[in-house]
Design a protein around this ligand. Structure first.
Ligand code: HEC
Ligand code: HEC
Ligand code: HEC
Ligand code: HEC
Length: 363
């Protein structure tokens, strides 16, 4: 009971001003309805005016880094939109969260993977022994062919499969006296890139839809995760549960190393991920003192400071999704106001955006 209360307290703290959890399917629809797809592709499908947003390259994986990226590129985007006579998108906070979930599903935040290395890892780790990559020749030692996996385009489902699956595989391998392989996040990432780019899987729709963090917290206890993970803040810290590949590989390694037998159903994994996801992004971090400097050096203070025309008071609204919403809503007018005052459009690097948000929250 004590433990339960302690955990509940952790979550309640994290939930204050918590960020909305997005749904990738809604995000995919927004990507179309708001015309992003006219200029941007996701994994090769869509327009070519802007960068391919599904392209695997190393970059930030937090909402604030996405916000900064969009902010920095916004004026060029607006110019391109005007030139192409495309109406400017409007996004509310929830829709910004959905877009983030969609990008997350589309692997926008993964490290750059390598299909060639993935193919090799898939063989070296013994996966190929039991899993064919096409359905035409039947499964090796009884594993389903990759084309039958429902998990290839859904990182949560893949993590669940990695968790559930290895006890059975361990038995199969024991009979062959083969060691159960461990997977590093890089190997998991490479394998995923390889498996997502097979002729039969290439066009699968990316999915990422974590579920309720509240019930996820309870499941985290009921399924025994909290028995070993007493301090959940260690799992949720930025740099802990980061990308989907990090999570999937650790799910696999648990079972390989620790012989855990609890199975998770699809809904259950969605909730557990929802819980860890919410914790990971509940507090965006950032340092208000550094943010105050950013507010000055970027020139926000000129129009939004004390005594200025439009004092900014975002309070609890001050988070990355709200900032994305502001960018697409007020941004163009703000840009005009800056141009008329001869102020260059400010650009954000490293932690500047998250620091600024911390400052705006406390103002
Ligand atoms: C009219 C074309 C156009 C539309 C519509 C458009 N963009 Fe862009 N976008 C661009 C261009 C061009 C760039 C690159 C700008 C630059 O280099 O500064 C860009 C850059 C970006 C970047 C930074 C990419 C990177 O990795 O450097 C993101 C993120 C982005 N856009 C998201 C969106 C979203 C989300 C939408 C829909 C709400 C959208 N864009 C709609 C043209 C567009
Ligand atoms: C000894 C044979 C064997 C090996 C080796 C093996 N698997 Fe499996 N795999 C199976 C069997 C059998 C199933 C289906 C039974 C089950 O649910 O556990 C399965 C199911 C899966 C699934 C679920 C697919 C779905 O329906 O979405 C995934 C994902 C998976 N394996 C990944 C891997 C990976 C990655 C490796 C290598 C690290 C691997 N497997 C190695 C036998 C194997
Ligand atoms: C038997 C103890 C045990 C149980 C039960 C357990 N874990 Fe773990 N977990 C560990 C250990 C030990 C590690 C570190 C493994 C390593 O680094 O090789 C770990 C690592 C992780 C990581 C990666 C952490 C990081 O910072 O990279 C995640 C995520 C995770 N566990 C989630 C879960 C979830 C979700 C459950 C319940 C479904 C669970 N664990 C159940 C012992 C456990
Ligand atoms: C040249 C003046 C000017 C500068 C400099 C400026 N802004 Fe603005 N800002 C505006 C104007 C004008 C609006 C209102 C636009 C509208 O109503 O569409 C606005 C609106 C906003 C809003 C929406 C306010 C709300 O309550 O929803 C935010 C947030 C914001 N600005 C943040 C910033 C940040 C952060 C900076 C510094 C990087 C900045 N602004 C720099 C003029 C400026």
């Amino acid at each position: 009971m004590k433990l339960f209360l302690a955990l509940a307290a952790v979550f309640t703290v994290a939930a204050q001003g918590a960020m909305t959890i997005g749904d990738s399917e809604k995000g995919a629809a927004i990507f179309k309805s708001q015309n992003c797809v006219t200029c941007h592709s996701i994994n090769g499908v869509g327009g070519k005016t802007g960068p391919d947003l599904g392209k695997r390259s190393s970059r930030g994986y937090t909402p604030s880094e996405l916000t900064a990226l969009m902010w920095n590129h916004a004026p060029q985007m607006w110019t391109a939109m005007d030139a192409a006579k495309i109406s400017r998108p409007k996004l509310d906070q929830g829709q910004a969260a959905d877009l983030f979930a969609y990008f997350f599903a589309a692997r926008y935040f993964e490290q750059k993977g390598d299909a060639g290395r993935g193919r090799k890892a898939f063989a070296d780790k013994g996966c190929a022994e039991c899993h064919n990559i096409s359905s035409t020749n039947g499964g090796g030692s009884g594993g389903p062919a990759v084309t039958k996996w429902e998990s290839v385009s859904d990182p949560i489902e893949l993590s669940r499969q990695m968790w559930n699956h290895s006890p059975k595989m361990r038995e199969a391998m024991k009979s062959k006296s083969v060691k159960v392989p461990e997977l590093t996040p890089v190997e998991m990432n490479d394998i995923t890139v390889y498996l997502q780019n097979l002729p039969a899987t290439r066009n699968l729709k990316p999915q990422f839809a974590p579920a309720s963090p509240e019930t996820g917290e309870l499941l985290f206890q009921l399924k025994g995760c909290s028995g070993c993970h007493k301090d959940v803040s260690k799992l949720a810290k930025p740099g802990g549960f980061r990308t989907a590949s990090d999570f999937a590989s650790s799910m696999w390694n648990h079972s390989a190393k620790m012989q855990i037998k609890t199975e998770l159903r699809p809904e259950e994994m969605k909730r557990i991920v929802g819980y860890l996801w919410a914790l990971q992004f509940a507090s965006e971090g950032g340092t208000a003192a550094r943010g105050a400097k950013v507010f000055e050096t970027k020139g926000c203070v000129n129009c939004h400071g004390k005594g200025a025309e439009r004092v900014l008071a975002l309070g609890d609204r001050a988070n990355s999704y709200e900032m994305i919403s502001v960018l697409w809503g007020h941004g163009p007018d703000m840009h005009k106001a800056m141009t008329s005052k001869g102020i260059a459009w400010p650009r954000f690097q490293n932690t500047e955006m998250v620091d600024l948000l911390a400052y705006l929250k406390g103002r």
